[in-house]
Design a protein around this ligand. Structure first.
Ligand code: CA
Ligand code: CA
Ligand code: CA
Ligand code: CA
Length: 283
């Protein structure tokens, strides 16, 4: 191929692919092992640091371990407000292990509001009003899970529920990816994978990301105050500004929690740099 055509093709390719989504928040929890009470949860990409609230959390050296227990006292991860309502598409991805059962309706994550309000610290809240949640259990059944979008802050926006049933082995990490994409007509679409298995396929939601009052963006805690907190360990949690495809989820799962796959545009830009270098060297 003529080198100029080659370079033009690369530029056009990079331009086209740059519209694909980016990883915008990354929490790896690789802090020194020990007490994590009150600790900062560092966002190494977006600077949207969170904080550990409540009692009993520890860092393992590679993860954040939460003890489980009632939401009035137990530890959870509190991420900043408005992380996903400001987007038109997101994927929430991570690796987590459930360490023990018993905690009724424990959440992997729950982004929304409780009694239509922000809750800071353990306790308070009440009814989950707006939210996107992924539960680790349905009730106390850890071989059953739920994704739910509720848009009742303000009231009247409706609810969408997507149940799945995957056997959970306590202490063994699993991978999750929940992709939520606005359809552009006030509704949206949800896809969900656990360990690469596509469990929710183009689920219909009657609201969109901008409808979400995401002021309680929690790891391991529910916007329903009566639900218990998760007894589990987060190795990694990520937010992308796009709905990942099945292929992208599979690639990320294969790369693992410690490795971020380069975006296509940056790969192409590297190739472009190589192309220019080759061109210069041939002179
Ligand atoms: Ca709402
Ligand atoms: Ca739709
Ligand atoms: Ca908040
Ligand atoms: Ca980690």
């Amino acid at each position: 191929m003529n080198r100029n055509i080659f370079l033009t093709t690369l530029l056009l390719g990079a331009g086209a692919l740059s519209t694909q989504g980016a990883l915008i928040h990354r929490y790896s929890f690789n802090d020194t092992a020990g007490d994590a009470s009150g600790a900062t949860l560092t966002d190494s990409i977006g600077g949207a640091n969170g904080i550990v609230r409540g009692d009993g959390a520890t860092f393992t050296g590679s993860g954040l371990s939460l003890p489980g227990g009632g939401s009035g006292t137990a530890a959870y991860g509190d991420l900043p407000n408005n992380l996903i309502s400001t987007q038109t598409a997101v994927t929430l991805e991570g690796w987590v292990s459930v360490n023990d059962g018993g905690n009724v309706w424990a959440r992997v994550f729950d982004f929304g509001s409780s009694n239509s309000a922000e809750v800071i610290g353990p306790g308070g809240g009440g009814v989950g009003t707006d939210y996107l949640l992924l539960s680790a259990a349905r009730g106390t059944d850890y071989n059953a899970q739920r994704i739910e979008v509720r848009n009742e802050d303000p009231a009247g926006g409706g609810i969408a529920t997507f149940d799945s049933g995957v056997a959970t082995t306590f202490g063994q990490a699993f991978h999750f990816a929940v992709a939520w994409e606005n359809d552009g007509d006030g509704t949206s679409t949800i896809n969900y994978w656990r360990d690469g298995i596509h469990l929710t396929i183009d689920g219909d939601v009657g609201s969109e990301l901008g409808d979400l009052n995401d002021v309680n963006n929690w790891l391991g805690r529910s916007n329903w105050t009566a639900d218990a907190n998760l007894n589990g360990t987060f190795d990694e949690f990520r937010i992308y500004d796009s709905a990942l495809s099945g292929a992208e989820v599979a690639a990320s799962l294969a790369a693992g929690p410690d490795t971020v796959i380069p975006e296509p545009s940056s790969v192409l830009l590297s190739l472009l740099g190589l192309g220019i270098l080759m061109r210069v060297r041939r002179r």
